[in-house]
Design a protein around this ligand. Structure first.
Ligand code: PMP
Length: 417
């Protein structure tokens, strides 16, 4: 009998039968409050009727069009619709299947367009698991251990993770920008640097929001040196943070936006958006793929955009995000083992810290496991896996947030008693 490979590490033992809204139902009929949303994917909730209908309808018409051979209607419609929500000027789209592929596509674009070899990433960033994307990932060595030699030309600058450094945000930001300038002088000259890749809020790295001063600093340096500023919105995009794009919180305009996860409610689809001018500098035909821009995924993505707009999910993410953050902070106030609670919209992280100030991985793991037993699915993140994150579907309502906070409060009390 075949078995699943131990290569996969599963956060819970749950075997799901079906999902509906913010709930997953397992094969024994137990209901779980899903505050993982498939790692920030099922933003419209599990099996939203409008997404299901759009996908069903499309399956009967065309499943696979193959976009380097023929074009199809859902891809053209999605491109038009994304044009309405993307930052001004980012009017050219390329599609792939996963976040990692979007990262690689942007890397290729930036190198071809600038004719420069290096990219700079920011410590704690997660960009994926393919070898290039894993090279660019610095949220934990677990993603790159044993697979080297990694790709050349990737250099790492600090991210303003104030709590980690034990500084206030302004000090951490000044440090991060000063170290970036030092990196330019000592490791990768601006004239050798093709791109910055940055998340508007570190996701896998521990739910650490960037800030306006830091991103303005990157924008200014990118403009000054002709470096491509790539915002990885794979986890933060499509309303997740309470604004349509994570970077909307910080008043900057990127050169490239990476999209995946929340784009298609669970169907595999990703993409990169840039200006026509930048895209025109890539070598025509140098990117593609068998499955990119799948017709059913695109139809589901169009329906996802409809649901986000019609159900005001961006606004809901902002309101429910505030409720969740405040509730999680009240629980933390009573708990010395919690060092910080932070987030943006419906990305809320609780960082566990031991009495001596070191990361408390064990308590975070116990909390996540106990929550799962009590019907609340959560994940951990952070370099030390000591941050428990809440990332529910954007359709979550006030009562469901209260239910989750009630379970979370009891869990935290029991694992820290
Ligand atoms: N970028 C970010 C910010 C992500 O959060 C992820 C996935 N967690 C990826 C890229 C990689 O996406 P995928 O797993 O679809 O390759």
């Amino acid at each position: 009998m075949a078995e699943l490979s131990p290569l996969l590490k599963q956060a819970t033992p749950v075997v799901v039968d079906h999902g509906e809204g913010v709930y997953l139902y397992d094969v024994d009929g137990k209901r779980h409050l899903d505050f993982t949303a498939g790692i920030g994917v099922t933003s419209t909730g599990h099996c939203h009727p409008r997404v299901v209908e759009a996908a069903r309808d499309q399956i009967g018409k065309l499943i696979h069009g193959q976009y380097t051979t023929v074009m199809h209607k859902p891809l053209l419609e999605l491109t038009k619709r994304l044009g309405e929500v993307l930052p001004t000027g980012l009017d050219s789209l390329f599609y792939a299947n996963s976040g990692s592929e979007a990262v690689e596509a942007a890397l290729r674009l930036a190198r071809q367009a600038t004719q420069r070899p290096n990219v700079i990433v920011f410590q704690g960033g997660f960009h994926g698991r393919t070898v290039a994307a894993a090279t660019m990932t610095t949220s934990g060595t677990r993603f790159s251990t044993g697979i080297g030699p990694l790709m050349g030309g990737v250099h790492v600058a600090p991210f303003p993770y104030a709590y980690h450094y034990g500084w206030d945000e302004q000090t951490a930001t000044k440090f991060a920008l000063r170290e970036l300038d030092y990196l330019f002088q000592t490791v990768s000259a601006p004239s050798e640097t093709a791109a910055f890749f940055v998340e508007p809020i570190l996701g896998e790295g521990g739910y650490v929001p960037a800030n306006s001063e830091f991103l303005a600093g990157l924008r200014e340096r990118a403009d000054r040196h002709g470096i491509v500023l790539v915002l990885d919105e794979v986890q933060a995009g499509f309303g997740r943070t309470g604004k349509f794009w994570g970077h909307d919180h910080f008043g900057i305009t990127p050169d490239v936006v990476l999209i995946a996860k929340g784009l298609a409610s669970g169907f595999p689809l990703s993409g990169i958006a840039a200006s026509q001018e930048l895209m025109a500098k890539a070598y025509p035909g140098s990117q593609g793929g068998t499955y990119g821009g799948n017709a059913v995924s695109c139809a589901a993505a169009v329906a996802t955009l409809d649901v986000i707009r019609d159900e005001k999910l961006v606004e809901n993410a902002a309101e429910r995000g505030r409720q969740l953050l405040e509730g999680a902070r009240l629980i933390a106030d009573k708990t010395p083992a919690i060092g910080e609670v932070r987030g943006l919209g419906l990305l809320v992280g609780t960082e566990f810290t031991a009495a001596d100030g070191t990361p408390d991985t064990a308590t975070a793991a116990a909390a996540q496991q106990t929550a799962a037993k009590n019907g609340l699915l959560l994940l951990t993140c952070g370099a030390y896996s000591n941050v428990v994150r809440m990332v529910p579907p954007l359709v979550v309502n006030a009562e469901q947030v209260d239910d989750a906070l009630k379970i979370w409060g009891d869990v935290v009390a029991s694992v820290t008693a």
